[in-house]
Design a protein around this ligand. Sequence first.
Ligand SMILES: Cc1cc2nc3c(=O)[nH]c(=O)nc-3n(C[C@H](O)[C@H](O)[C@H](O)COP(=O)(O)O)c2cc1C
Length: 417
Amino acid sequence: MKRVDDFRLQLGSHELIPIMVGGMGVDISTAMLAVEVARLGGIGHISDAMVHTVTDRRFHTRYVKDRLSQYKFNVGNLDKSAAQFDLGLLAEATRLHVGNTMEAKRGPGLVFVNCMEKLTMNNPRETLRVRLRSAMDAGIDGITLAAGLHLGSFALIQDHPRFHDVKLGIIVSSLRALQLFLKKNARGSGRLPDYIVVEGPLAGGHLGFGEDWVKYNLVDILAEIRDWLHSEKLDIPLIPAGGIFTGSDAVKFLGQGAAAVQVATRFTVTQECGLPDDVKQVYFRATEDQIEVNNISPTGYPMRMLKECPALGSGVRPNCEAFGYLLDASGHCQYAEAWEYEKANLQKGQKPKIWDKTCLCTHMRNFHCWTCGHYTWRLKETSLRESDGRYRLLSAEHVFRDYQYSVDDQIELPFSD
Ligand SMILES: Cc1cc2nc3c(=O)[nH]c(=O)nc-3n(C[C@H](O)[C@H](O)[C@H](O)COP(=O)(O)O)c2cc1C
């Protein structure tokens, strides 16, 4: 009977355990988690989402405070176009976050950065250029382009000295998205992605589907993409993601020609994951009916989360002058607009409560938006309950090894005391 360890992922000169732990912003997939996965021989991801606040937390810098004091004058203004990001500081923060992570890396695996292109940051093209280039400057092994693929991304970095050295990958949820990306990027830069993550509808975070996500399944999308690549004589490693909960689930995909798998949910309850411990307990306790896909993200993409999370129905004042990662090219965010509308229609003394959008920046920063994968409700099967009713947190090594060696859909529990 095969197990994941019978397979290897070949990426250039690197031979890896075919387990990639996906990026989880904002600092849910911490540097500690990514470095640990690399030590074990797989691929770990950090994320560059809200890099200033992550850097402030990691290195006691003051990027967010300084930005807020610079733009405080604009807080009452719905048009946020004045609150531009300083590109020099963005580069500095990215280099700090990425550079320190790479210095800590040990062992045979790799560390990549997940770069959500939908973080348009009030100046989509230039901020993306800086994010990508400064991660490359800081020695990142690879970049996974996610949510909201910018069709000219490769052109932004094609003159960088590491353009052919850094592994470049993309996340897509349909053949059409892949075809569009290849058409625009291959034409401009003459370079294909080194890997393609095919993310199905059961994944965590933002989904690359519409409201009809439930009609799709990962096996079919992967087969369609694999067959098309084959017909085009393109040999690019495919990495399915979304709902791969056991080593045996992974083996099924590897047996059908996947080069590796990308997983995330099982690592949300590890010690190395950035979520606060109490939130990890909420993930453990979650039942299937507490998980929903909704449209409250100002990105416009559906997002899966736990219904009881504080981000739902909160009326927090928009924080674009401090954060502002979702501001579009003209300085607008859907949440800021929803908030203004709600405020204008309130009776005196009432507090705003907004249900159709959320201030994703504020809530992700505070770990109040509990985005999760579909199988979060199964996490309780993966650990033991202590006498006080809390579930035992796992080590990333334990979860990684369980994916690597398990057979028969078994899940290895931690040792009991
Ligand atoms: C808590 C959480 C946060 C996530 N955040 C991101 C993100 O910031 N960017 C991204 O591309 N994918 C994100 N994802 C998706 C994962 O990287 C991964 O592709 C997917 O969740 C794999 O499916 P699984 O969770 O069922 O294993 C997130 C997933 C989870 C569970």
